[in-house]
Write a protein that binds this ligand. Structure first.
Ligand code: ADP
Ligand code: TRP
Length: 342
């Protein structure tokens, strides 16, 4: 896969190390799927991929052990059902690699406070009135450790993660400069700019924090209720409509192939096609698109041991790799240790 990354260079991921993570802080929704998960699935074919469930990051917002465990399991189920293949990539929970916390601390000692104060996501949350904890403040440092500890080359993420990848690049370069060697590899972001922000039911960015999501595995009445609730304007049924100004169409275009898209655009523009009709189309498209994944998910949900075993095995592989990167870093920084974490 070749796509322009933000530095304008072509990223060819063949035989490179690819890494990405997703927080288990609620059910995964269509924004997560089109903004991130779909790219993750594509990339497992393109190199040595590491994907993890960022449970330490979620602890900055989910402070309920039972829920965090459930969400962690749900994210694993969702990814596996959607096509993540543990034979092709290393899929694991962040907490199975304790070295990442060790590296995060070390990187934190090189991080100017002012760099964190400029964090867009941190500033947004504070502006919304959230009382920030230190974990939220230093979130990008832990993310940098996640990335750097596997010598990742390419990090596929949604556009909102650009700044965090910049911070990872900066911290890797700082470490190498201060300790005088190529200890950490400088990662490249991979951002699919063509995926516009997926709108939620209320027309704002689809997000767990706005309570406006359509979840990937919503079904039946719940799915129908949400689709029917997508906000539209009040153009009468018989009038022509602009598909590009419609939240329902913004969702339809993600699911429909080229032909179907052209057909639906035509219907909008010629009139006599109401928003109710468009919503019915959307409902069918979502149902069809995830139908196989839904069956796989149900099957896996009945076999939790298999899911946990896959994560356990992924964690073992990830720790092995992390340890090879951490050894020279301990050496360079003069951190002694008299036991093994592998
Ligand atoms: P949320 O806003 O629901 O908390 P996250 O911040 O956990 O979602 O996002 C996880 C990933 O999904 C990120 O890479 C992000 O870019 C992507 N993503 C989330 N919401 C959207 C959206 N509405 N449109 C496109 N991508 C999204
Ligand atoms: N911050 C990312 C998000 O909210 C999740 C994440 C944590 C991540 N560590 C990462 C993504 C490392 C890519 C690489 O979506």
């Amino acid at each position: 896969m070749n796509e322009q990354n933000k530095t304008g260079k072509q990223v060819s991921a063949v035989s490179k190390t690819i890494l990405s993570g997703i927080q288990p802080s609620g059910k995964l929704h269509l924004g997560n799927y089109f903004g991130a998960i779909r790219q993750h699935l594509d990339f497992q074919e393109k190199g040595k991929a590491f994907y993890f469930i960022a449970n330490y990051h979620s602890l900055t917002s989910v402070q309920d052990g039972k829920r965090l465990r459930e969400y962690t399991f749900d994210v694993a189920l969702d990814y596996l059902a959607l096509g993540m293949d543990p034979e092709k990539c290393t899929f694991f929970a962040q907490s199975d690699v304790p070295q990442v916390l060790e590296l995060a601390w070390i990187l934190g000692t090189l991080t100017p406070v002012s760099m964190m104060e400029r964090g867009v996501s941190y500033k947004d949350k504070v502006a919304q009135g959230l009382q920030p904890n230190i974990g939220l403040f230093t979130y990008p440092i832990l993310q940098a450790a996640d990335i750097l500890i596997y010598h990742s080359d390419v990090v596929p993420v949604g556009a909102d993660q650009k700044q965090n990848i910049e911070i990872s690049r900066d911290l890797a370069a700082r470490f190498n400069r201060i300790f005088g060697g190529e200890y950490l590899r400088i990662p490249e972001p991979y951002i699919v700019e063509s995926v516009a922000t997926v709108p939620g039911i209320d027309g704002r960015k689809m997000s767990k924090s706005y309570d406006n999501t359509i979840d990937i595995f919503d079904s039946g009445k719940t799915l129908k209720k949400k689709v029917m609730a997508v906000v539209t304007d009040s153009t009468p049924l018989e009038d022509p409509k602009d598909p590009d100004a419609c939240n329902v169409y913004a969702l339809i275009r993600l699911f429909a192939g080229e032909e179907k898209n052209a057909e639906i655009r035509g219907k909008y523009q010629s009139g006599g096609f109401g928003y109710g009709h468009a919503k019915k189309e959307l409902l069918t498209l979502i149902g069809d698109y995830f139908s196989e994944a839904r069956v796989r998910r149900e099957k896996l949900a009945g076999d939790p041991d298999t899911v946990w075993d896959m994560l356990r095995e992924g964690g073992r592989k990830a720790r092995e790799r992390a340890e090879t990167v951490m050894g020279p870093i301990r050496e360079a920084t003069g951190i002694v240790r008299h036991f093994s974490t592998q």
